[in-house]
Design a protein around this ligand. Structure first.
Ligand SMILES: *[C@@H]1O[C@H](CO)[C@@H](O)[C@H](O)[C@H]1NC(C)=O
Ligand SMILES: *[C@@H]1O[C@H](CO)[C@@H](O)[C@H](O)[C@H]1NC(C)=O
Ligand SMILES: *[C@@H]1O[C@H](CO)[C@@H](O)[C@H](O)[C@H]1NC(C)=O
Length: 412
């Protein structure tokens, strides 16, 4: 902590001089060199290091700006994460509209119709606090073209300004709007797919779970979850431990972003990292679904240490109890819900703290008789899809994930 504050103070001093940007960049680079681990087998480590330095620089500058009262710590991250908008794709008809205050961008192939199309909802990643339609335009265009499908990208409003759980409710409203207007987009009601990456994948499955009770709407054909985050019960799963400091998402950042998302003071963050927020009864109840014991051994080869039984602190539980609700942790939904979910596609990355969330959900779905197509990227890390379509700046493993997604969709 002291180190962070000293660094903050030093950088704040530098701020008044025009060397702020290079200084911050240098800081980001130092931070990365000192703190991040680049395990053997991870793809393009130098490129990753460069991007991670940039992310850390953005984080720290954001915090300084917030301290100085210039803007929120997330503003800068939002700008940087948006990246460079692609050129408008001439093969697609792209429409912007707003439904219940939620911006949607709808991509339709211009090629002549040969029948009804698939309709794919896409909820982007960014921890519910950053990212927008522009940041994921390349992915949505790619899917629309390669799958000859209508893609609806949902610009759900971001936390903490728009408080949790508004994000998945916005996604739900967007989905309802689309399902009620399929004719207009020439979409086959039997071919609706709900998809997303990272937190967007969480919203996607939450929406699928909620829609199970809606007999008045078409049944969802499939859900596509790309490196999903699905639970806030156990932050000591093997992937959390093994990949605690692997870019682009550190274990501690997951918690930091969860707290920003839920708009909570980070005072109990360290406690939650130690799982102090989970009552023993809850731990017992869910251990058949969320536990290192169910993770196959080949995922535990390196550096995994079973966590000794942890202290339960009721005040920590009280401070952050939303994190165990099923709209935050859809992995904890009852079997009676899971068994009704649509056919699923799940992608996980080896070097991702959230890897085990995806593995555990895959297992739960399969145990409940739901067909799952699981794709595991051996060299990928969390967040690589944000670089998709940027030519030499993108990551081949991200492209492979997208190829596999496109193949999957085309098989439906
Ligand atoms: C996405 O966010 C950036 C940065 O906040 C903003 O400049 C851009 O206009 C946004 N795009 C959309 C479609 O909202
Ligand atoms: C969803 O839409 C309905 C109207 O269709 C509106 O009343 C409701 O507030 C919307 N929900 C959110 C979270 O905006
Ligand atoms: C991250 O996890 C994988 C195995 O699950 C492991 O091969 C890799 O070495 C881990 N990274 C680090 C830095 O330990």
């Amino acid at each position: 902590m002291a180190f962070i504050y000293t660094t903050l103070a030093i950088i704040a001093m530098v701020f008044i001089s025009p060397v702020i940007i290079p200084a911050a960049l240098l800081w980001g680079l130092f931070y990365d060199v000192f703190y991040s681990e680049l395990p053997p087998g991870i793809e393009q480590p130098l490129k990753l290091r460069f991007f991670h330095s940039l992310v850390m620089t953005t984080f720290i500058l954001g915090k300084i700006f917030q301290k100085l009262g210039i803007c929120s710590d997330l503003s800068l991250l939002r700008v940087v994460f948006t990246g460079i908008p692609p050129r408008r794709d001439s093969k697609l008809l792209i429409q912007d509209l707003k439904v219940d205050e939620v911006p949607l961008r709808i991509y339709q192939p211009k090629c002549p119709l040969t029948g009804k199309r698939r309709g794919i909802l896409y909820f982007h990643g960014g921890a519910g606090t950053f990212g927008n339609i522009s940041a994921f335009e390349r992915i949505c265009c790619h899917i629309a073209k390669q799958c000859n499908s209508v893609v609806v990208s949902v610009g759900y409003r971001l936390a903490p300004e728009h408080p949790y759980p508004g994000q998945y409710l916005d996604c739900l409203n967007a989905t309802l709007y689309f399902m009620r207007n399929l004719e207009e987009y020439h979409v086959d009601p039997a071919l609706i797919i709900i998809s997303g990456d990272s937190c967007g994948a969480n919203f996607a499955t939450v929406v699928c779970q909620i829609l199970l009770n809606r007999r008045d709407l078409p049944k969802v054909r499939a859900q596509i979850l790309l490196y999903p985050g699905l639970q806030g019960l156990d932050f000591h799963l093997p992937s959390y431990q093994q990949n605690a400091s692997v870019p682009l998402l550190f274990r501690k950042q997951v918690l930091y972003l969860c707290f920003r998302y839920l708009n909570k003071e980070p005072s109990v963050l360290e406690d939650v990292l130690q799982n102090h927020h989970v009552p023993e009864t809850v731990k017992q109840k869910y251990k058949k679904w969320v536990s290192a014991d169910i993770i196959p051994d080949n995922f535990k080869v390196r550096g995994y240490v079973p966590q000794k039984s942890t202290l339960y602190k009721p005040e920590v539980h009280e401070a952050i109890k939303e994190i165990l609700g099923i709209t935050f942790s859809p992995l904890l939904a009852e079997d009676s819900i899971i068994c009704q979910l649509p056919e699923s596609y799940i992608a996980t990355c080896e070097f991702d703290v959230l890897r085990d969330d995806g593995l555990l959900y895959t297992k739960r779905l399969e145990d409940n008789g739901v067909k799952v197509t699981w794709y595991h990227s051996e060299s990928g890390c969390h967040g690589i899809l944000a670089f998709f379509g940027y030519g030499i700046f993108s990551f081949p493993s991200g492209e492979k994930i997208m190829d596999s997604v496109v193949n999957y969709i085309n098989s439906l």
